[in-house]
Ligand binder design. Structure first.
Ligand code: ADP
Ligand code: MG
Length: 292
C-alpha cells in the first residue's frame, strides 16, 4: 500500500541505518510478537579474541596453539581467525596441512606434520572416539564465564583447551530491554554450547535460549516459535542464518555480516547496531497505526 511506499520513498529508514528490501515486511514488523537473535556477530561483536590456553599434561601452551592454528588455517570461522591471530601475535608459525576437513557447527580436522589435529567442540571429539571428560571441569569453568571453550586433540590424545571471548555489542542489552518494553519477547538461537550461550543471553537480558543448533535446526526452531508466538522476526549475520531469515515473517540481517544473509533478509541493520531494530519497530508502528 501507499504508506509502505511513503516510508521507503522518503528514505526515513536509510537515514537511520535501516535498509529496506521488502516494504511489506516493514508493515509486518509492527505485529511481531517475538524476535529471535543469532549469537555470534549479532548479539556479540563477532570479533572473538583468545583469552586462555590450558594444556593437558604433557603439552605446552605454544604447542597446542601452534598445532590448532595450523589445523585452522583453511577455516573461515571467526573462532579460527581468533586462533590464527593469537598464534601470529606470539610469533608462532602455523604449518600447512596435508589434509583438511571441517564439520559444520563442530570444528575442524587436519593432518599437519604427520599428526592428526582436531580442534572443536565436545561433539567433534566424541565423533572421533576421544573422551573429552578429563577436561570437563576446565570447559565448564570457561563457559560459565561466557567464553567459548575449544578442545584440541593431537593424534587421538586430548592436548588442551583454548578459550575465546566475544564481548556483547554495546547496543545489545539496551535493545533487548526496549523490545521487551514494547511487548515483544526475545530469544537466542546459537550453534554454541549451552553454558556459553546461557552466560551471553543472561548478560544481554534474553531469557529463552536454544543452544547447540545446527544450521537446519535454526529453521525448525523458527517454525516452532511461529506456532507458539505467531509472527516472528529473526536477526542474523551468518551464512548459517540465511534459511532461518527466509523462514521468519521478517528476516533482518546485520549489515556487517555476510552477503548471503543480507540477500536472504527483508531488512538490513546497516551498522549492526541493534537499537536501529527498535527504531524500525517504532517507525513501523507509527507509519501503520490503525486510523480509527
Ligand atoms: P554460532 O551459531 O555461535 O555462530 P557455529 O554453529 O558456527 O556457532 O559453531 C558452533 C560450535 O562449533 C562453536 O561454538 C565451536 O565449539 C564449534 N566450531 C565450529 N567451527 C569451529 C572451528 N573452525 N574451530 C573450532 N571450533 C569450531
Ligand atoms: Mg553469527
Amino acid at each position: 500500500g501507499t504508506p509502505t511506499a511513503l516510508m521507503v520513498g522518503s528514505g526515513i529508514g536509510a537515514e537511520q541505518g535501516i535498509l529496506i528490501r521488502n516494504g511489506e515486511a516493514v508493515q509486518t514488523l509492527k505485529d511481531v510478537s517475538l524476535v529471535a537473535f543469532d549469537k555470534t556477530g549479532t548479539i556479540t561483536a563477532g570479533k572473538p579474541q583468545l583469552t586462555d590456553i590450558v594444556p593437558a599434561p604433557g603439552f605446552t601452551d605454544q604447542e597446542i596453539l601452534e598445532r590448532a592454528a595450523s589445523a585452522e588455517r583453511l577455516s573461515e570461522h571467526p573462532l579460527a581467525r581468533a586462533i590464527g591471530e593469537a598464534a601470529q601475535d606470539r610469533g608462532l608459525s602455523p604449518k600447512e596441512s596435508e589434509s583438511f576437513s571441517s564439520t559444520t557447527g563442530a570444528g575442524v580436522t587436519a593432518r599437519t606434520g604427520g599428526m592428526v589435529i582436531r580442534v572443536g567442540s565436545r561433539q567433534l571429539m566424541l565423533q572421533a572416539g576421544i573422551d573429552p571428560s578429563p577436561l570437563e571441569e576446565v570447559l565448564k569453568d570457561m563457559e560459565s564465564r561466557a567464553r567459548t571453550a575449544i578442545l584440541v586433540a593431537v593424534d587421538d590424545r586430548l592436548a588442551g583447551v583454548l578459550a575465546v571471548a566475544d564481548p556483547l555489542k554495546k547496543s545489545s542489552a539496551r535493545a533487548i530491554k526496549a523490545l521487551e518494553e514494547r511487548g515483544i519477547a526475545t530469544a537466542m538461537i546459537t550453534g554454541d554450547n549451552q553454558g556459553t550461550a546461557r552466560a551471553i543471553a543472561e548478560a544481554a537480558g534474553i531469557t529463552q535460549v536454544v543452544a547447540q543448533v545446527l544450521p537446519d535446526g535454526k529453521v525448525a526452531e523458527i517454525r516452532r516459535l511461529q506456532e507458539q508466538y505467531g509472527l516472528v522476526a529473526m536477526v542474523g549475520d551468518g551464512i548459517n542464518d540465511a534459511p532461518a531469515l527466509k523462514q521468519a515473517n521478517v528476516g533482518i540481517a546485520i549489515g556487517t555480516g555476510t552477503d548471503i544473509a543480507i540477500e536472504a533478509a527483508d531488512i538490513t541493520l546497516v551498522r549492526g547496531d541493534l537499537m536501529t531494530l527498535v527504531t524500525a519497530v517504532d517507525l513501523s508502528r507509527a507509519t501503520f497505526r490503525k486510523i480509527k
